[in-house]
Design a protein around this ligand. Structure first.
Ligand code: LLP
Length: 446
């Protein structure tokens, strides 16, 4: 929601519902998801990549990266828009299946999938499994053979491109846990091709997250196309290798200083660079796949908090910072503490004529790093009982949430056309106590 999304009284409105109505009906902290926003970003990503691919007469499949935010409702919204689903654990797979996703439209990720996870994925017939290590190739081959299945497989390849630092010159010695190095990939491909229970259908590469420009994707794609060409033997003979999955990572705006590239521009840039590289190598262009998570749900979420206390703290030079404490914090949004992520905050329950004052919005956890919004201007009369809205919390907030300090995790409410409904129930303290094997149910009081 932007500042424009306010009703006549100055209240913040999401999906046609005022912040105070949401807080009254469901309490705070509260995750609010704008359903139409998720649906339209899913459709936009689908259109951007399929149109870019169609210009080169190939197909593109867009997977929603469920790790960004996963619930059955959200899965239905994105699959309604034509997206496939990428899952990264047995739990994520279970949610996708519970939502009724066609298993053929599920891709499975993970650098350490358990045998049980592999067995489940093969048993339900997922469309593809992205293999991440030599040991996993053997493990999956055994699982598939035991099940009498031939499992389509992509090789996860580490292109050596550091997206975050824009250090495109990094070599394939990149020191991280995912995938095969470019040097190992040919041997890995040979092992998959030799395994009776596996069918090599493509290559996969994901260079990072919250990326704004096309250059890193383009550089990575060029390297992967090089590998693809080598694995094809320079001809079209290797009919098995059909798809290049270039992952996700498309950035969104969290604050005013963020300037992400439009998804259509990214899609065109990435796809064109794959086409150019294929042309340069004289090979037929493969079909493409992408896995946006944040770009689908990130901007659709807003977290509502209630202010509990405010405290003016003197800084050097006669300055003063107002600490505004809210009723959640790093348990519902770990990103500031984990990555120094920046957010913004707005007074949601009223408008104020008071002068803007520099504030730091903090949570209620017992750590000084428990920051929600590091620096923001809010009306100086912000006071206990006010509602604050923190936009752009749709991705990696709910999914990274915890029970630190035994805070129950907030509910998720979907809003659309002036109506709201719970799509994930909030936890109660009883839910948390129920897991403590040292407490008899009869002793529970909360
Ligand atoms: N595909 C693969 C293989 C991935 O590992 C990821 C994200 C995605 C797709 C989706 O990336 P997206 O489009 O959402 O950027 N917790 C971090 C982000 C971690 C991303 C992990 N992998 C954060 O809160 O910023």
């Amino acid at each position: 929601p932007t500042d424009a999304a306010r009703d006549a009284t100055g209240e913040l409105v999401v999906g046609g519902v005022t912040a105070s109505a949401l807080a009254r009906d469901y309490g705070t902290p509260l995750y609010v998801l704008d359903e139409d926003d998720v649906r339209s970003h899913a459709a936009r990503a689908r259109d951007a990549f399929t149109a870019a691919a169609a210009r080169h007469r190939v197909a593109a499949r867009v997977y929603y990266a469920g790790k960004a935010f996963l619930s059955t409702e959200v899965v239905r919204w994105v699959t309604d828009a034509g997206l496939a689903v990428d899952v990264a654990s047995g739990g994520e797979l279970a949610v996708a299946l519970a939502a009724g996703v066609d298993p053929a439209r599920i891709g499975v990720h993970g650098n350490n999938k358990s045998v049980a996870e592999l067995e489940q994925a093969v048993a339900v017939g997922v469309g593809s499994i992205v293999v991440d290590s030599f040991q996993e190739i053997e493990r999956l081959a055994a699982v598939a053979q035991a099940a009498g299945a031939v499992q389509p497989v992509l090789l996860r390849v580490n292109s050596g491109v550091h997206a975050e630092t824009h250090d495109f010159l990094a070599t394939a010695h990149e020191d991280q846990k995912f995938g095969f190095t470019l040097a190992d990939a040919a041997v890995a491909a040979a092992r998959v091709r030799a395994a009776a229970g596996l069918r090599l259908v493509g290559l996969h590469c994901h260079i990072g997250s919250q990326i704004f420009g096309t250059a890193g994707f383009a550089e990575s794609a060029a390297r992967i196309v090089g590998l693809y060409a080598d694995l094809q033997g320079g001809t079209d003979a290797a009919e098995d290798l059909q798809v290049l999955n270039l992952g996700g990572g498309f950035g969104i705006a969290y604050t005013r200083v963020d300037t992400p590239t439009a998804i259509e521009v990214l899609a065109d840039g990435i796809v064109d660079s794959v086409a150019a590289e294929c042309a340069a190598r004289g090979i037929r262009m493969p079909n493409l796949a992408f896995e946006p998570g944040r770009a689908i749900v990130g901007q659709a979420g807003v977290t509502l908090y209630t202010v509990g206390t405010t405290k003016a703290v003197a800084l050097e030079g006669g300055l003063e910072r107002l600490y505004v404490s809210v009723d959640g914090g790093m348990s519902d949004n770990a990103r500031p503490a984990l990555y120094g992520a920046q957010y913004s905050a707005r007074l949601a329950s009223r408008v104020s004529d008071a002068e803007p004052q520099l504030v730091r919005v903090v949570g209620k956890h017992c750590e000084s790093g428990d920051i929600v919004v590091d620096a923001e201007y809010l009306p100086a009369d912000v006071a206990p009982g006010d509602l604050l809205a923190v936009p752009a919390t749709g991705a990696y907030c709910f999914s990274l949430s915890s029970n630190y300090n035994f805070l129950p995790r907030p509910a998720v409410v979907a809003v659309r056309d002036g109506r709201s409904r719970v799509i994930v129930r909030g936890e109660t303290i009883d839910d948390l106590l129920a897991r403590d094997a040292g407490i008899l149910p009869t002793e529970r009081t909360a």
